[in-house]
Write a protein that binds this ligand. Structure first.
Ligand SMILES: [Ca+2]
Length: 292
């Protein structure tokens, strides 16, 4: 089943201030000149990330800090007073903070997943014929993997799945309020793999976001570590939210090759049962940052 929901979304112009950044526990004060600050912070980030990334090949360092999580653009249904509050799971918008972490620059590929299978004997994705990876699929994202498969890969790799809060911060590229990883502009064919019928494409094909992360929008949905709860945003802790303690579904983020543009937004949330294996669900890994 393709985990999509039919949402009607209308764009409302929103600001795009840069989120607060720090590499440790305390956020810096907000600036009144976000555009200038963004450049200065990028320079500082690159210096900090340079050493950090060297120790984690293939991963990007994401500074800790505060950001406004959730959907800031309006939907036609926002004014309706129905219950349950369908289609509002990405609200209220709240300021949360996450500690610094690393995240994979790209979705995990079939070739990388094959190394895991070879080392552990773990089951293969269902589309590998006779359990073998076809050479032409090596650079495609590993899809048809359940949440448990993805979590097992991450553990084997010395990593973990990102929390939903980490994923959204990474997707926004340290900015707040923007609709897509690249800003407000609606996606074009040259931006991301979406709204096609013939499956995912090679990872890293499109331009990365501000942090250097590829395919945060589209290609494969990405498993997050959290259980899904549509009402969670209103009661989540302000620091490092981990999701509900239990649930029926795990969180998915980012949209996929099979989805239309409105599912590719930074704030959009989706879900699937942990055992689900779909041709449009993959993952990337994260790793906590520890000061040495
Ligand atoms: Ca993706």
């Amino acid at each position: 089943m393709i985990p999509s929901r039919d949402r009607e979304r209308a764009v409302v112009a929103s600001g795009n201030p840069v989120a607060k950044i720090d590499a440790g526990r305390r956020p810096r004060a907000r600036t009144s000149r976000p555009l200038l600050c963004r450049g200065a912070r990028l320079a500082a980030l690159l210096v900090l990330a340079g050493a950090a990334q060297a120790a984690e090949p293939g991963m990007v360092f994401v500074p800790g800090g505060e950001y406004r999580r959730g959907r800031s653009h309006a939907l036609p249904d926002d004014g309706l007073k129905w219950f349950p509050a369908l289609l509002k799971d990405d609200r209220p918008v709240r300021t949360i903070r996450v500690d610094a972490f690393y995240v994979d620059a790209r979705e995990v590929t079939n070739a990388e997943y094959a190394s895991f299978v070879k080392a552990t004997g773990h089951r293969t994705p269902v589309h590998w014929r006779a359990g073998r990876l076809a050479p032409e699929q090596e650079k495609l994202p590993a899809v048809n993997v359940s949440w448990d498969d993805a979590a097992a890969y991450a553990k084997w790799a010395g990593k973990r799945l990102p929390t939903e809060a980490e994923w959204e911060r990474a997707c926004r590229g340290l900015a707040e309020g923007q609709k897509y990883p690249w800003g407000e502009r609606e996606p074009a064919e040259s931006d991301a793999r979406f709204d096609v019928l013939d499956g995912p494409c090679e990872v890293g094909k499109f331009a990365p976001n501000y942090l250097g992360l590829y395919d945060m929008a589209g290609n494969a949905w990405e498993w997050c570590s959290d259980w899904y709860d549509r009402d969670y945003y209103g009661r989540a802790p302000e620091e490092n939210p981990q999701g509900p303690a239990s649930g029926l579904y795990r969180v998915l983020r980012g949209g996929s090759w099979a989805d239309i543009a409105k599912y590719l937004t930074c704030a959009n949330r989706s879900w699937a049962r942990p055992a689900e294996r779909s041709p449009n669900i993959g993952f990337r890994c994260a790793k906590s940052f520890s000061k040495r």
